[in-house]
Design a protein around this ligand. Structure first.
Ligand SMILES: C[S@@+](CC[C@H](N)C(=O)[O-])C[C@H]1O[C@@H](n2cnc3c(N)ncnc32)[C@H](O)[C@@H]1O
Ligand code: SF4
Length: 469
């Protein structure tokens, strides 16, 4: 299937001694649109050649790595939910482990202690998120212990906005806890609505209806949160364009400060094979309709951005995510299954694959970093990871790229940029490399242009059926 054809622009791959035609790469990204998205690397084993093995080697590596980190974003993962939604891609434990919250807290405090020995005292914390799962499921008292430990350990200042997540159900039924969490200093709160379609919610085994959502918003406001975000999802097999439109309209009536649109990512979810029934065309139309409603109602964001904000000079995302996306700031993920990205490494904590907290707790108990996989990545892999994430906002800030990698974006990706400009998929304006409206509609063809040689080849040759399941 060819979406665009032109004279070939060939890209030499050092890895495989082959030439990749950018037309073919673009076509392949469009064909595999449910995998060529902002998530990088493409599979959990893609970068295994760069793995660091052995707890002592990992310790030594991290010590050196954190000595170089001047700015860091912090994330703590809560892998508990009342029940698991079928579409969810996150690390959420099975009900039998949901009773181990106190043990989990104990392990988390120890993990923070381990990092306190290697993160420099003068490393500035530029963002702090507690995510999940459903953080409110952990309870305010445990969240307070984690927060206090982090405050006593790291250089967290008041000028950043701490952010946390809840479900609508917990906002309503754990109101006192919500108030306590606000009192702890969390100013931003994010809640998933996803959809108002009752049949779809039922199929996804997720609780929710418009009455619950409304009550949740009342509770959130009463608790004192005035930086409130609602998550919505599109790209489901059973979700029409009209259907998503009514969800967006309803959400606008809730008047949150921010609204985030998530395109369904199918990889490794319980509904992975639904991906084959979702067309790019439908997903694009759903985004376009949502964009129009949001911008007509005072929510701002460039075309292609996922988070829309009605607050002036505020991207709408948490400081943690904004720094990650725009500046590729290193982030430390604490808790089971959390992901970390350093200046030269990518790591996943124990539990990322198994969605269990047992190994995480056992390893912390032994005094070793509870890391499932850690990869020391070469620069082109770090760039590919950073750029894939930048497309979450639909642009690359050229100054931020230079600051992070000490190289000009236009020098590193000259050929790819020419190709994208030629096809009106991207443009450079005002120190920003921007994906055009046409580029947003073809984003999965655009993103692979910035992959490493290795991942370009991987995308071209992968067996998609095997990977999705
Ligand atoms: C950690 S969850 C949200 C917090 C809370 N547990 C809830 O469900 O309301 C963060 C958001 O990720 C989105 N999400 C979950 N699974 C996804 C998937 N497979 N693809 C894309 N977005 C997803 C949902 O919009 C969800 O609200
Ligand atoms: S979407 Fe939220 S509530 Fe549902 S399983 Fe994922 S983290 Fe839990």
């Amino acid at each position: 299937m060819s979406y665009l054809k032109k004279d070939s622009i060939l890209n030499y791959s050092k890895n495989t001694n082959t030439m990749i035609d950018l037309n073919d790469l673009y076509d392949r990204g469009m064909e595999l649109h449910y995998i060529a998205n902002t998530a990088y690397p493409l599979t959990p084993t893609s970068v295994r050649e760069y793995a660091i093995k052995g707890s002592e080697e990992i310790h030594g590596f991290l010590e050196k790595e954190y000595d170089k980190v001047k700015e860091l974003a912090l994330y703590f993962h809560v892998p508990f939910c009342k029940s698991r939604c079928k579409f969810c891609e996150y690390v959420v434990v099975a009900p039998n482990e949901a009773e181990m919250k106190d043990e989990y807290l104990k392990a988390a405090l120890k993990e923070i202690e381990l990092y306190s020995r290697i993160v420099r005292d003068d490393t500035k914390i530029v963002g702090f998120d507690i995510g999940g799962g459903t953080p409110t499921e952990l309870g305010a008292a445990r969240i307070e212990k984690i927060t206090n430990k982090l405050l006593n350990t790291f250089n967290i200042t008041n000028d950043i906005t701490w952010s946390i997540e809840t479900t609508p159900y917990n906002a309503v039924h754990k109101f006192d806890e919500l108030k306590d969490i606000r009192q702890l200093g969390f100013r931003r709160l994010s809640m998933g609505v996803q959809t108002v379609n009752q049949e779809l919610l039922k199929k996804m085994e997720r609780e929710g209806d418009t009455l619950l959502y409304r009550k949740a918003v009342d509770a959130i406001r009463k608790a004192g949160f005035n930086r409130f975000n609602v998550d919505l999802m599109y790209g489901f097999k059973e979700q029409s364009i009209e259907d998503f439109k009514s969800t967006v309209e309803y959400t606008v009536s809730l008047a949150p400060e921010y609204i985030t649109l998530y395109e369904m990512r199918y990889k490794l979810t319980q509904i992975a094979t639904d991906a084959f029934s979702v067309t790019r065309n439908k997903v694009n139309q759903q985004y376009r309709v949502a964009y129009e409603i949001l911008t007509q109602n005072g929510y701002k964001g460039n075309y292609g951005k996922n988070t829309f904000s009605r607050i002036e000079n505020d991207h709408g995302t948490s400081d943690y995510l904004t720094n990650r996306v725009i500046k590729a700031t290193p982030y430390l993920g604490l808790g089971a299954g959390a992901q970390s990205l350093g200046l030269n490494y990518l790591a996943y904590n124990q539990g990322a694959a198994t969605k269990s907290i047992i190994k995480y707790m056992n390893e912390v108990e032994k005094g070793i970093f509870p890391i499932q996989d850690i990869y020391q990545l070469p620069e082109e892999e770090m760039m590919a990871k950073a750029l894939s994430v930048m497309f979450y906002f639909g642009f690359v800030d050229l100054k931020a790229f230079k600051q992070r990698f000490n190289k000009e974006f236009t020098d590193v990706f000259g050929k790819e940029i020419d190709y994208l400009k030629l096809w009106n998929l991207a443009e450079i304006d005002n120190n920003q490399f921007m994906v055009t409206r046409n580029g947003v509609a073809h984003l999965s063809g655009v993103i692979p242009m910035f992959y490493s040689d290795r991942s370009k080849n991987e995308l071209m040759t992968m067996n998609i059926e095997k990977i999705l399941k």
